[in-house]
Design a protein around this ligand. Structure first.
Ligand code: ARG
Length: 586
C-alpha cells in the first residue's frame, strides 16, 4: 500500500500511524501494542507523541526513545525529515514533491477515496409512517442518512438504501374501516383523498368515540393480516397516497431510497416467532410474549396479548433478513435518540438469538437530537401543529429567493439560473445546518441563521465555491487548459499561503476515514469551512491573475489556477458527500 501515491490520494495521518507503529514494533519488540497518535502540529506538519508514552514502559528517557525511533525510521516518499523537540515530541515534515504530486492528482483524477475494504452496508433512514405526517425528525433522518450513504458509496462500499416505512400498524384497521364507509367503491376507483392527515384524524375520532366502529376497525386489522384481498387493496390505496406525498419531499431534496416497509417482514415475523419460541427465548408476561437480552436491556414485546406483532417483532425479523438474505456486513439505522433503548434491546436480543454476531457484522444506531424552534421549544407551527415538511421546504425556497434578491443576484443571473440557485441554496442550507453540528445535540431550526452569507453556512460556502470557479473563467482560461498545464509542467508552490492551502486540501482522506469510524458528519463541514477560510487567506495574498490599472490581464499564474482548481474539486466532493448540489453561478 505505501510507496506509490501517484494513482490515489494518501490518507496521510493513517499512513504515518502505520509507519510509526511498524517502526516501533521493530525497534522495541518489548512494546506489545504501541499507542501511536499523529497530530497536526504548529512547528512541523505533523507530530507524534509515542516516545513519551513508551518511555514509561521502557524505563528510558523519552528523548532517547524518540532518537532511536527516528534513527530506525525507513525512507518514505511522504516524509522529508523527522526531528525531535521538547521532551521527546517527534516532528514530521512532509515531502514537498509528494505534496505537489498529490495536489496535481486532485486536478487530474479528482478526489480518489482512501483504500477501503468493500462491505455490503444496509442503511435504514428516513422511514416515516404511512398516513401520518412526515415530520422534522424524519427530515433529519433523511438528511443524515442520505449523507452517510453518499460517504460510504464514495468510499466504494455496496450500499443498500432502505426506507423502513411504518406501514403495518393497528392504525390500518381504523383507516380501512373508515375508507370502506367513505369510499365503498375504493377497490375499483382509487379514492380521491387529497388530505390524508384529515382522513387519519377523522378515522381516529370515530375510533375513539364510536364503539361499533372500533370493533369493525379491529376486525379489519385481523382481515388485513389474514391477507383478505379487499382489505389488502384498501391498505395499498392508503399507502400509495402517503408514499406519493413522501416522494415529493424526496424529489425536492434529490434523495434516492428504496421503500421496504414493516409489512415486508410479515411472513418473516411469523417464522421468527416460531424460531424464538422453539429456542425457548420467549417468556410470558401478562398474556404477552416478551424477550430479554443479556445486558439488562428493556425486554422486547414479540407477541401482544391479542396475538399481534409489534415494532419490536418487525425489527427482529428485519435484522435477520438484512444479515441472512441481504448479506449485510454493516447495518446502520438512523433515528432520533428517543429510540436508543429500542435499538439497544433488539441488538442485544438478536445477539442472544444468534442472528447477529458482532465479530462479523457491524451495527450502528446513528441517533440524533430534537429539532427546536427559535423559541428553543419543540418545533411547531404558530398554531401549535406539526410543521408539514413540504411547507417547510417551500418556505425555505421563498426565504432563499428573498436573500438572493437582496444580494441582487436576480440582476446578474438568467431566470433559469436564478431558480436553480434559489433551490440549491434553500435545500443546501437546510441540509448543511443539520449536518454541520454534532448530530446527538438538539438543534435550533432558523432560516435566518442557515441563510446567512457569512460564517459556516451552505449559503456562504456555495457562494465561495462559485467565486473560486469563476477566477479562471473570467481570465478566459478553460478547465482543459488548467489540466493540460498540470499534466505538462510540475506544479510550483512557493508562497507560504500556497503551502498552507495544499496541506489543508490533503487532509481530506483522513477526515473521510474518521467519519466512517463514528458516522458523525460535522467534521466534514468543519473541513469544508477550513478549506474556504484558508483559500481566502491564499487569495488575499497571492495574485492568480494580475491586471493593470485599466483592468487588462497582464499575467496569468497557472500554478495558482491549478491550486484553485484543486480547491474547487475538493469542495465539490465534500458537497457531494453532504448531498448538497453545487452551482456554477450564483
Ligand atoms: N418509522 C419509525 C419512526 O417514525 C422509524 C423506523 C426506523 N427504522 C427501524 N428499523 N426501526 O420513528
Amino acid at each position: 500500500r505505501s510507496g506509490d501515491w501517484s494513482s490515489h490520494m494518501c490518507n496521510i495521518m493513517g499512513h504515518l500511524e502505520e509507519l510509526f507503529t511498524s517502526t516501533i514494533t521493530r525497534t522495541f519488540p518489548e512494546i506489545d501494542k504501541p499507542i501511536v497518535q499523529i497530530q497536526v502540529s504548529k512547528h512541523a506538519d505533523y507530530q507524534c507523541n509515542a516516545a513519551m508514552t513508551m518511555a514509561k514502559t521502557l524505563k528510558k528517557n523519552p528523548r532517547e526513545v524518540g532518537e532511536t525511533v527516528v534513527k530506525n525510521f525507513p525512507e518514505d516518499p511522504v516524509i522529508s525529515k523527522l526531528d525531535l523537540s521538547g521532551p521527546g515530541f517527534i516532528n514530521i515534515y512532509l515531502d514537498k514533491e509528494f505534496l505537489k504530486q498529490q495536489v496535481t492528482n486532485i486536478v487530474l483524477q479528482g478526489v480518489t477515496p482512501p483504500p477501503t475494504k468493500r462491505r455490503r452496508v444496509v442503511v435504514d433512514f428516513s422511514s416515516p409512517n404511512i398516513a401520518k405526517e412526515m415530520h422534522v425528525g424524519h427530515l433529519r433522518s433523511t438528511i443524515i442518512g442520505d449523507s452517510i450513504c453518499h460517504l460510504l458509496e464514495f468510499l466504494g462500499h455496496d450500499v443498500l438504501r432502505l426506507n423502513h416505512l411504518g406501514d403495518w400498524g393497528t392504525q390500518f384497521g381504523m383507516l380501512i374501516a373508515h375508507l370502506k364507509d367513505e369510499f365503498p367503491d375504493f377497490a375499483n376507483n382509487p379514492p380521491p383523498i387529497s388530505d390524508l392527515q384529515a382522513f387519519y384524524k377523522a378515522s381516529k375520532k370515530r375510533f375513539d368515540e364510536d364503539e361499533e366502529f372500533k370493533k369493525r376497525a379491529y376486525e379489519a386489522v385481523v382481515k388485513l393480516q389474514a391477507h383478505d384481498p379487499a382489505h389488502k387493496k384498501g391498505w395499498e390505496e392508503i399507502c400509495e397516497i402517503s408514499k406519493n406525498e413522501f416522494q415529493k419531499v424526496y424529489d425536492k431534496l434529490k434523495i434516492r431510497i428504496t421503500d421496504r416497509g414493516e409489512s415486508f417482514y410479515q411472513s418473516r415475523m411469523e417464522s421468527l416467532v416460531k424460531e424464538l419460541t422453539d429456542a425457548g427465548l420467549l417468556q410470558e408476561d401478562n398474556g404477552r410474549m416478551v424477550m430479554f437480552g443479556d445486558g439488562g436491556e428493556i425486554p422486547l414485546t414479540i407477541v401482544k396479548s391479542d396475538g399481534g406483532f409489534t415494532y419490536d417483532t418487525s425489527d427482529m425479523a428485519c435484522i435477520k433478513q438484512r444479515i441472512e438474505e441481504e448479506k449485510g456486513e454493516w447495518l446502520i439505522y438512523v433515528t432520533d435518540a428517543g429510540q436508543s433503548e429500542h435499538f439497544k434491546s433488539f441488538f442485544a436480543c438478536s445477539k442472544k438469538a444468534k442472528i447477529y454476531d458482532p465479530a462479523k457484522v457491524r451495527v450502528d444506531h446513528v441517533q440524533f437530537g430534537v429539532v427546536l424552534g427559535e423559541d428553543k421549544k419543540k418545533f411547531k407551527t404558530r398554531s401549535g401543529d406539526t410543521v408539514r415538511l413540504i411547507d417547510l421546504l417551500d418556505e425555505g425556497c421563498q426565504r432563499s429567493e428573498e436573500k438572493l434578491k437582496e444580494k441582487e443576484r436576480d440582476k446578474v443571473l438568467s431566470e433559469e439560473e436564478f431558480k436553480k440557485a434559489r433551490d440549491a441554496v434553500a435545500y443546501g442550507c437546510i441540509k448543511y445546518a443539520d449536518l454541520c453540528h454534532d448530530r446527538t445535540r438538539d438543534y435550533i431550526f432558523s432560516f435566518d441563521r442557515m441563510l446567512d452569507f457569512r460564517g459556516n453556512t451552505a449559503a456562504y460556502l456555495l457562494y465561495a465555491l462559485t467565486r473560486i470557479c469563476s477566477i479562471a473563467r473570467t481570465a478566459g482560461v478553460k478547465k482543459e487548459d488548467i489540466t493540460e498545464e498540470a499534466k505538462k509542467n510540475p506544479l510550483v508552490l512557493e508562497h507560504e499561503k500556497e503551502w498552507k492551502l495544499a496541506r489543508t486540501l490533503l487532509k481530506l482522506p483522513d477526515v473521510l476515514v474518521k467519519l466512517t469510524e463514528d458516522l458523525y458528519m460535522h467534521p466534514l463541514c468543519e473541513f469544508l469551512y477550513e478549506v474556504s477560510s484558508v483559500f481566502t487567506e491564499f487569495y488575499d495574498n497571492c495574485y492568480c491573475v494580475e491586471k493593470d490599472q485599466s483592468g487588462n490581464i497582464v499575467k496569468i499564474n497557472y500554478n495558482r489556477l491549478i491550486l484553485c482548481e484543486a480547491v474547487a474539486t475538493v469542495m465539490e466532493q465534500c458537497f457531494a458527500i453532504l448531498g448538497i448540489e453545487t452551482l456554477e453561478k450564483m
